[in-house]
Design a protein around this ligand. Structure first.
Ligand SMILES: Cc1cc2nc3c(=O)[nH]c(=O)nc-3n(C[C@H](O)[C@H](O)[C@H](O)COP(=O)(O)OP(=O)(O)OC[C@H]3O[C@@H](n4cnc5c(N)ncnc54)[C@H](O)[C@@H]3O)c2cc1C
Length: 383
Protein backbone atom coordinates (compact mmCIF):
# COMPACT_ATOMS: atom_id res chain seq x y z
CA UNK A 1 0.00 0.00 0.00
CA UNK A 2 1.68 3.30 -1.05
CA UNK A 3 2.40 5.66 1.85
CA UNK A 4 0.02 8.60 2.01
CA UNK A 5 2.32 11.57 1.41
CA UNK A 6 1.88 15.31 1.47
CA UNK A 7 4.25 16.47 -1.28
CA UNK A 8 4.91 20.12 -2.09
CA UNK A 9 4.43 20.14 -5.91
CA UNK A 10 3.57 18.16 -9.02
CA UNK A 11 7.31 17.84 -9.77
CA UNK A 12 7.85 16.36 -6.31
CA UNK A 13 5.02 13.88 -6.86
CA UNK A 14 6.57 12.87 -10.21
CA UNK A 15 9.99 12.17 -8.61
CA UNK A 16 8.55 10.07 -5.78
CA UNK A 17 6.25 8.24 -8.21
CA UNK A 18 9.20 7.44 -10.47
CA UNK A 19 11.11 6.05 -7.49
CA UNK A 20 8.07 4.05 -6.37
CA UNK A 21 7.55 2.52 -9.83
CA UNK A 22 11.22 1.67 -10.18
CA UNK A 23 11.25 0.13 -6.71
CA UNK A 24 8.15 -1.99 -7.36
CA UNK A 25 9.08 -2.99 -10.91
CA UNK A 26 12.85 -3.43 -10.75
CA UNK A 27 14.00 -3.70 -7.13
CA UNK A 28 11.39 -5.73 -5.26
CA UNK A 29 11.42 -8.69 -7.71
CA UNK A 30 15.18 -9.32 -7.38
CA UNK A 31 16.16 -8.03 -3.92
CA UNK A 32 15.82 -11.36 -2.09
CA UNK A 33 17.74 -13.31 -4.73
CA UNK A 34 20.62 -10.85 -5.04
CA UNK A 35 20.88 -10.54 -1.25
CA UNK A 36 20.98 -14.33 -0.91
CA UNK A 37 23.73 -14.50 -3.55
CA UNK A 38 25.67 -11.58 -2.00
CA UNK A 39 25.57 -10.01 -5.43
CA UNK A 40 26.32 -6.29 -5.73
CA UNK A 41 23.78 -4.80 -8.18
CA UNK A 42 26.03 -2.36 -10.07
CA UNK A 43 23.56 -2.40 -12.99
CA UNK A 44 20.81 -1.06 -10.72
CA UNK A 45 22.89 2.01 -9.87
CA UNK A 46 23.54 2.64 -13.59
CA UNK A 47 19.81 2.46 -14.25
CA UNK A 48 19.09 4.80 -11.32
CA UNK A 49 21.67 7.17 -12.82
CA UNK A 50 19.90 7.10 -16.20
CA UNK A 51 16.59 7.89 -14.52
CA UNK A 52 18.06 10.81 -12.55
CA UNK A 53 17.51 9.04 -9.22
CA UNK A 54 21.16 8.71 -8.17
CA UNK A 55 22.13 12.33 -7.48
CA UNK A 56 18.73 13.78 -6.68
CA UNK A 57 19.53 16.55 -4.16
CA UNK A 58 22.82 17.75 -5.71
CA UNK A 59 23.17 20.97 -7.75
CA UNK A 60 21.68 21.05 -11.27
CA UNK A 61 24.61 23.21 -12.43
CA UNK A 62 26.78 20.08 -12.27
CA UNK A 63 24.21 17.52 -13.44
CA UNK A 64 22.46 16.86 -10.13
CA UNK A 65 18.68 16.84 -9.81
CA UNK A 66 18.50 19.76 -7.34
CA UNK A 67 15.51 18.12 -5.70
CA UNK A 68 14.66 19.46 -2.21
CA UNK A 69 15.72 17.17 0.62
CA UNK A 70 12.11 16.74 1.66
CA UNK A 71 11.41 15.17 -1.73
CA UNK A 72 14.70 13.30 -2.15
CA UNK A 73 14.23 11.54 1.19
CA UNK A 74 10.73 10.39 0.31
CA UNK A 75 11.98 9.01 -3.01
CA UNK A 76 14.81 7.31 -1.11
CA UNK A 77 12.25 5.85 1.29
CA UNK A 78 10.54 4.20 -1.68
CA UNK A 79 13.82 2.72 -2.96
CA UNK A 80 14.96 1.58 0.49
CA UNK A 81 11.59 0.00 1.28
CA UNK A 82 12.02 -2.38 -1.63
CA UNK A 83 15.74 -2.97 -1.27
CA UNK A 84 17.71 -1.49 1.61
CA UNK A 85 21.13 -2.12 0.01
CA UNK A 86 20.13 0.10 -2.91
CA UNK A 87 18.64 2.83 -0.71
CA UNK A 88 21.78 2.87 1.44
CA UNK A 89 23.93 2.90 -1.72
CA UNK A 90 22.14 5.97 -3.12
CA UNK A 91 22.50 7.74 0.23
CA UNK A 92 26.23 6.95 0.42
CA UNK A 93 26.76 8.10 -3.17
CA UNK A 94 25.01 11.42 -2.47
CA UNK A 95 27.06 11.93 0.70
CA UNK A 96 30.25 11.15 -1.22
CA UNK A 97 29.49 13.84 -3.82
CA UNK A 98 28.35 16.42 -1.30
CA UNK A 99 31.83 17.29 0.05
CA UNK A 100 33.16 18.35 -3.34
CA UNK A 101 29.87 20.04 -4.31
CA UNK A 102 29.91 22.10 -1.10
CA UNK A 103 33.57 22.72 -0.31
CA UNK A 104 35.33 22.35 -3.67
CA UNK A 105 36.61 25.28 -5.71
CA UNK A 106 34.81 26.10 -8.95
CA UNK A 107 37.76 24.65 -10.87
CA UNK A 108 37.49 21.35 -8.94
CA UNK A 109 33.74 21.20 -9.37
CA UNK A 110 33.93 21.89 -13.11
CA UNK A 111 36.58 19.21 -13.48
CA UNK A 112 34.99 16.34 -11.56
CA UNK A 113 31.40 16.91 -10.52
CA UNK A 114 29.53 16.64 -13.85
CA UNK A 115 30.85 13.10 -14.29
CA UNK A 116 30.30 12.21 -10.61
CA UNK A 117 26.69 13.37 -10.74
CA UNK A 118 26.03 12.32 -14.34
CA UNK A 119 24.68 8.92 -13.36
CA UNK A 120 27.31 6.52 -14.66
CA UNK A 121 29.73 6.76 -11.72
CA UNK A 122 29.26 5.57 -8.15
CA UNK A 123 30.89 7.02 -5.02
CA UNK A 124 32.14 5.76 -1.66
CA UNK A 125 32.93 7.47 1.63
CA UNK A 126 36.12 6.55 3.51
CA UNK A 127 36.02 7.89 7.05
CA UNK A 128 36.10 4.90 9.45
CA UNK A 129 39.13 2.84 10.31
CA UNK A 130 39.47 -0.38 12.28
CA UNK A 131 40.32 1.61 15.42
CA UNK A 132 38.44 4.81 14.55
CA UNK A 133 34.70 4.29 14.11
CA UNK A 134 32.70 6.23 16.68
CA UNK A 135 35.77 8.41 17.20
CA UNK A 136 36.95 9.32 13.69
CA UNK A 137 39.46 11.81 15.10
CA UNK A 138 41.50 8.76 16.17
CA UNK A 139 42.23 7.91 12.51
CA UNK A 140 45.79 7.03 11.54
CA UNK A 141 45.76 6.96 7.74
CA UNK A 142 48.20 9.67 6.63
CA UNK A 143 48.45 11.92 3.60
CA UNK A 144 51.92 13.42 3.30
CA UNK A 145 52.50 16.30 0.90
CA UNK A 146 55.44 15.87 -1.45
CA UNK A 147 55.63 18.66 -4.03
CA UNK A 148 52.59 18.44 -6.28
CA UNK A 149 51.16 15.24 -4.73
CA UNK A 150 49.96 13.76 -1.46
CA UNK A 151 51.04 10.19 -0.64
CA UNK A 152 48.38 8.32 1.31
CA UNK A 153 49.27 5.35 3.52
CA UNK A 154 46.95 3.44 5.86
CA UNK A 155 43.66 1.52 5.76
CA UNK A 156 40.06 2.73 5.67
CA UNK A 157 37.61 0.18 7.06
CA UNK A 158 33.96 -0.60 6.40
CA UNK A 159 33.80 1.22 3.08
CA UNK A 160 30.36 0.82 1.49
CA UNK A 161 31.04 0.14 -2.24
CA UNK A 162 34.69 -0.53 -1.30
CA UNK A 163 36.39 -1.92 -4.40
CA UNK A 164 33.29 -1.19 -6.52
CA UNK A 165 33.16 2.62 -6.45
CA UNK A 166 34.51 4.90 -9.17
CA UNK A 167 35.63 7.56 -6.67
CA UNK A 168 35.95 7.99 -2.92
CA UNK A 169 35.67 10.93 -0.58
CA UNK A 170 38.65 10.11 1.60
CA UNK A 171 39.65 11.46 4.99
CA UNK A 172 43.28 11.24 6.08
CA UNK A 173 45.58 12.79 8.62
CA UNK A 174 47.81 15.62 7.35
CA UNK A 175 49.12 16.61 10.81
CA UNK A 176 48.89 15.58 14.46
CA UNK A 177 46.95 18.69 15.42
CA UNK A 178 44.03 17.34 17.52
CA UNK A 179 41.53 19.80 16.03
CA UNK A 180 42.80 20.43 12.50
CA UNK A 181 44.84 17.33 11.75
CA UNK A 182 42.46 15.73 9.23
CA UNK A 183 41.93 16.65 5.59
CA UNK A 184 39.45 15.64 2.89
CA UNK A 185 40.40 14.35 -0.56
CA UNK A 186 38.69 13.15 -3.70
CA UNK A 187 40.36 9.84 -4.55
CA UNK A 188 39.88 7.89 -7.78
CA UNK A 189 38.32 4.42 -7.61
CA UNK A 190 41.55 2.76 -8.67
CA UNK A 191 45.14 3.86 -8.23
CA UNK A 192 48.53 2.15 -7.85
CA UNK A 193 48.92 1.12 -4.19
CA UNK A 194 45.16 1.09 -3.47
CA UNK A 195 44.04 -2.45 -2.60
CA UNK A 196 40.45 -3.40 -1.71
CA UNK A 197 40.37 -6.32 0.73
CA UNK A 198 37.94 -9.26 0.72
CA UNK A 199 34.46 -7.85 1.51
CA UNK A 200 33.04 -8.33 5.02
CA UNK A 201 30.68 -11.29 5.58
CA UNK A 202 27.69 -9.57 7.11
CA UNK A 203 24.44 -10.44 8.91
CA UNK A 204 22.42 -8.51 6.34
CA UNK A 205 22.69 -5.88 3.61
CA UNK A 206 24.59 -8.57 1.73
CA UNK A 207 23.88 -6.99 -1.66
CA UNK A 208 25.93 -3.99 -0.53
CA UNK A 209 29.69 -4.51 -0.64
CA UNK A 210 31.53 -3.42 2.53
CA UNK A 211 35.32 -3.65 2.40
CA UNK A 212 38.56 -2.31 3.82
CA UNK A 213 40.69 -0.30 1.39
CA UNK A 214 44.43 -0.45 1.95
CA UNK A 215 46.55 2.50 0.83
CA UNK A 216 50.27 2.04 0.26
CA UNK A 217 51.82 5.39 -0.72
CA UNK A 218 48.89 6.10 -3.06
CA UNK A 219 49.62 9.33 -4.96
CA UNK A 220 46.88 11.93 -5.18
CA UNK A 221 47.45 15.15 -7.10
CA UNK A 222 47.51 18.08 -4.68
CA UNK A 223 44.43 19.60 -6.30
CA UNK A 224 42.41 16.63 -5.03
CA UNK A 225 42.43 18.24 -1.58
CA UNK A 226 38.87 19.44 -0.83
CA UNK A 227 38.75 22.60 1.26
CA UNK A 228 41.88 23.56 3.19
CA UNK A 229 44.26 21.23 4.99
CA UNK A 230 42.71 20.64 8.43
CA UNK A 231 39.07 21.11 7.29
CA UNK A 232 38.49 17.36 7.01
CA UNK A 233 36.82 16.51 10.30
CA UNK A 234 34.40 19.42 10.01
CA UNK A 235 33.53 18.39 6.41
CA UNK A 236 33.07 14.76 7.50
CA UNK A 237 30.73 15.62 10.36
CA UNK A 238 28.66 18.01 8.24
CA UNK A 239 28.37 15.37 5.51
CA UNK A 240 27.18 12.90 8.13
CA UNK A 241 24.39 15.24 9.26
CA UNK A 242 22.89 14.93 5.78
CA UNK A 243 23.90 11.30 5.32
CA UNK A 244 22.11 10.32 8.53
CA UNK A 245 18.89 11.65 7.07
CA UNK A 246 19.36 9.32 4.12
CA UNK A 247 19.79 6.34 6.43
CA UNK A 248 16.77 7.45 8.47
CA UNK A 249 14.67 7.63 5.29
CA UNK A 250 15.74 4.12 4.24
CA UNK A 251 14.80 2.92 7.74
CA UNK A 252 11.33 4.48 7.38
CA UNK A 253 10.90 2.74 4.02
CA UNK A 254 11.96 -0.59 5.50
CA UNK A 255 9.58 -0.18 8.46
CA UNK A 256 6.71 0.75 6.13
CA UNK A 257 7.38 -2.35 4.02
CA UNK A 258 7.36 -4.55 7.15
CA UNK A 259 4.12 -2.97 8.34
CA UNK A 260 2.48 -3.49 4.92
CA UNK A 261 3.54 -7.14 4.87
CA UNK A 262 2.34 -7.73 8.44
CA UNK A 263 -1.05 -6.07 7.88
CA UNK A 264 -1.69 -8.00 4.65
CA UNK A 265 -0.83 -11.26 6.41
CA UNK A 266 -2.88 -10.47 9.52
CA UNK A 267 -5.95 -9.69 7.45
CA UNK A 268 -6.02 -13.09 5.79
CA UNK A 269 -4.48 -15.43 8.39
CA UNK A 270 -7.16 -16.91 10.63
CA UNK A 271 -6.93 -18.45 14.11
CA UNK A 272 -9.78 -19.26 16.48
CA UNK A 273 -12.21 -18.64 13.60
CA UNK A 274 -11.25 -15.09 12.68
CA UNK A 275 -8.47 -13.05 11.04
CA UNK A 276 -5.62 -12.52 13.49
CA UNK A 277 -5.84 -8.75 13.00
CA UNK A 278 -9.16 -8.94 14.87
CA UNK A 279 -7.50 -10.34 17.99
CA UNK A 280 -6.90 -7.24 20.06
CA UNK A 281 -3.44 -8.30 21.20
CA UNK A 282 -2.27 -8.46 17.59
CA UNK A 283 -4.25 -5.47 16.37
CA UNK A 284 -2.63 -3.30 19.05
CA UNK A 285 0.78 -4.53 17.97
CA UNK A 286 0.03 -3.48 14.40
CA UNK A 287 -1.30 -0.13 15.64
CA UNK A 288 1.97 0.51 17.50
CA UNK A 289 3.91 -0.42 14.35
CA UNK A 290 1.85 2.04 12.26
CA UNK A 291 2.37 4.79 14.85
CA UNK A 292 6.13 4.12 14.84
CA UNK A 293 6.33 4.36 11.04
CA UNK A 294 4.32 7.56 10.88
CA UNK A 295 6.17 9.29 13.72
CA UNK A 296 9.56 8.26 12.26
CA UNK A 297 8.63 9.77 8.92
CA UNK A 298 7.61 12.98 10.66
CA UNK A 299 11.01 13.35 12.36
CA UNK A 300 12.79 12.78 9.03
CA UNK A 301 10.65 15.35 7.22
CA UNK A 302 11.03 17.90 10.02
CA UNK A 303 14.82 17.74 9.70
CA UNK A 304 14.65 17.77 5.88
CA UNK A 305 12.43 20.85 5.79
CA UNK A 306 14.80 22.70 8.09
CA UNK A 307 17.70 21.74 5.83
CA UNK A 308 15.78 22.92 2.75
CA UNK A 309 15.17 26.29 4.42
CA UNK A 310 18.85 26.72 5.30
CA UNK A 311 18.21 26.33 9.04
CA UNK A 312 20.47 24.33 11.38
CA UNK A 313 19.34 20.70 11.32
CA UNK A 314 22.11 18.67 13.01
CA UNK A 315 20.09 18.04 16.16
CA UNK A 316 16.99 17.10 14.16
CA UNK A 317 19.05 14.79 11.92
CA UNK A 318 20.36 12.91 14.94
CA UNK A 319 16.86 12.66 16.41
CA UNK A 320 15.52 11.38 13.07
CA UNK A 321 18.31 8.79 12.72
CA UNK A 322 17.83 7.57 16.29
CA UNK A 323 14.02 7.46 16.16
CA UNK A 324 13.68 6.01 12.64
CA UNK A 325 16.31 3.28 12.94
CA UNK A 326 15.22 2.18 16.42
CA UNK A 327 11.65 2.07 15.08
CA UNK A 328 12.74 0.04 12.04
CA UNK A 329 14.39 -2.51 14.34
CA UNK A 330 11.28 -2.79 16.50
CA UNK A 331 8.78 -2.81 13.62
CA UNK A 332 10.71 -5.42 11.63
CA UNK A 333 11.05 -7.65 14.71
CA UNK A 334 7.33 -7.30 15.40
CA UNK A 335 6.51 -8.02 11.75
CA UNK A 336 8.31 -11.37 12.07
CA UNK A 337 6.21 -12.03 15.19
CA UNK A 338 2.95 -11.16 13.43
CA UNK A 339 3.70 -13.71 10.73
CA UNK A 340 4.44 -16.42 13.30
CA UNK A 341 6.50 -19.32 11.93
CA UNK A 342 6.13 -17.96 8.39
CA UNK A 343 7.89 -14.78 9.51
CA UNK A 344 10.99 -16.80 10.38
CA UNK A 345 11.30 -18.21 6.86
CA UNK A 346 12.65 -16.73 3.67
CA UNK A 347 9.20 -17.05 2.07
CA UNK A 348 8.51 -13.50 3.28
CA UNK A 349 10.83 -10.48 3.22
CA UNK A 350 10.49 -9.57 6.91
CA UNK A 351 13.27 -11.85 8.22
CA UNK A 352 15.70 -10.21 5.76
CA UNK A 353 14.46 -6.75 6.69
CA UNK A 354 14.92 -7.50 10.39
CA UNK A 355 18.58 -8.32 9.69
CA UNK A 356 18.93 -5.20 7.55
CA UNK A 357 17.37 -2.93 10.19
CA UNK A 358 20.09 -3.86 12.69
CA UNK A 359 22.92 -2.20 10.79
CA UNK A 360 21.00 1.04 10.54
CA UNK A 361 21.37 1.42 14.32
CA UNK A 362 25.13 1.05 13.85
CA UNK A 363 26.45 2.93 10.81
CA UNK A 364 26.75 6.68 10.16
CA UNK A 365 27.12 7.10 13.92
CA UNK A 366 25.76 4.41 16.22
CA UNK A 367 22.58 5.29 18.06
CA UNK A 368 24.66 5.79 21.20
CA UNK A 369 26.58 8.46 19.28
CA UNK A 370 23.29 10.04 18.16
CA UNK A 371 22.30 10.31 21.83
CA UNK A 372 25.69 11.87 22.54
CA UNK A 373 25.10 14.48 19.81
CA UNK A 374 21.59 15.22 21.08
CA UNK A 375 22.80 15.53 24.69
CA UNK A 376 25.58 17.92 23.60
CA UNK A 377 23.01 20.10 21.84
CA UNK A 378 20.88 20.12 24.97
CA UNK A 379 23.85 21.10 27.13
CA UNK A 380 25.00 23.81 24.72
CA UNK A 381 21.63 25.32 23.83
CA UNK A 382 20.77 25.80 27.49
CA UNK A 383 24.04 27.46 28.48
C1 LIG B 1 27.60 -2.41 6.84
C2 LIG B 1 28.43 -1.23 7.26
C3 LIG B 1 28.70 -0.23 6.34
C4 LIG B 1 29.50 0.85 6.70
N1 LIG B 1 29.79 1.81 5.76
C5 LIG B 1 30.69 2.79 6.06
C6 LIG B 1 31.14 3.71 5.06
O1 LIG B 1 30.71 3.67 3.90
N2 LIG B 1 32.08 4.61 5.40
C7 LIG B 1 32.59 4.71 6.66
O2 LIG B 1 33.43 5.57 6.90
N3 LIG B 1 32.17 3.87 7.65
C8 LIG B 1 31.24 2.91 7.37
N4 LIG B 1 30.83 2.02 8.35
C9 LIG B 1 31.43 2.11 9.67
C10 LIG B 1 30.45 2.56 10.75
O3 LIG B 1 30.14 3.91 10.60
C11 LIG B 1 31.07 2.21 12.11
O4 LIG B 1 30.99 0.80 12.24
C12 LIG B 1 30.34 2.88 13.25
O5 LIG B 1 30.58 4.26 13.23
C13 LIG B 1 30.77 2.33 14.62
O6 LIG B 1 32.14 2.27 14.74
P1 LIG B 1 32.83 0.92 15.27
O7 LIG B 1 32.30 -0.20 14.46
O8 LIG B 1 34.29 1.13 15.25
O9 LIG B 1 32.30 0.75 16.72
P2 LIG B 1 32.96 1.37 18.05
O10 LIG B 1 33.25 2.80 17.83
O11 LIG B 1 34.08 0.49 18.47
O12 LIG B 1 31.78 1.22 19.08
C14 LIG B 1 31.49 0.00 19.76
C15 LIG B 1 30.29 0.23 20.68
O13 LIG B 1 30.61 1.22 21.66
C16 LIG B 1 29.65 2.27 21.62
N5 LIG B 1 30.31 3.54 21.91
C17 LIG B 1 31.45 4.02 21.37
N6 LIG B 1 31.75 5.22 21.88
C18 LIG B 1 30.77 5.52 22.77
C19 LIG B 1 30.51 6.62 23.64
N7 LIG B 1 31.30 7.70 23.67
N8 LIG B 1 29.40 6.57 24.43
C20 LIG B 1 28.58 5.50 24.40
N9 LIG B 1 28.77 4.43 23.60
C21 LIG B 1 29.86 4.43 22.80
C22 LIG B 1 29.10 2.24 20.20
O14 LIG B 1 27.81 2.83 20.14
C23 LIG B 1 29.08 0.73 19.94
O15 LIG B 1 27.92 0.19 20.49
C24 LIG B 1 30.00 0.95 8.02
C25 LIG B 1 29.70 -0.06 8.95
C26 LIG B 1 28.94 -1.14 8.58
C27 LIG B 1 28.66 -2.22 9.60
Amino acid sequence: MPADRLLPSDEARAVVELAREFAAGELAPRAARDEAEHSFPRDVFRRLGELGLLSMPLPARWEGGEVPYEVYLQALEELGGSWASVGVGVSVHVMSCWALATFGTDAQRERWLPEMLGGSLLGGYCLSEADAGSDPAAMRTRAVRDGGVYRVTGAKAWVTHGGEADFYTLFARTSDDPRRGISCFLAPGRAPGMEPQTPERKMGLTGSTTATLNFDAVELEADRLIGQEGDGLSIALQALDSGRLGIAAVAVGLAQACLDCAVAYARQRETFGRPIIEHQGLGFMLADMAAAVQSSRATVLEAARRRDRGLPFGLQASVAKLVATDAAMRVSTDAVQVLGGAGYTQDFPVERMMREAKVMQIFEGTNQIQRLVIARHLARDRS
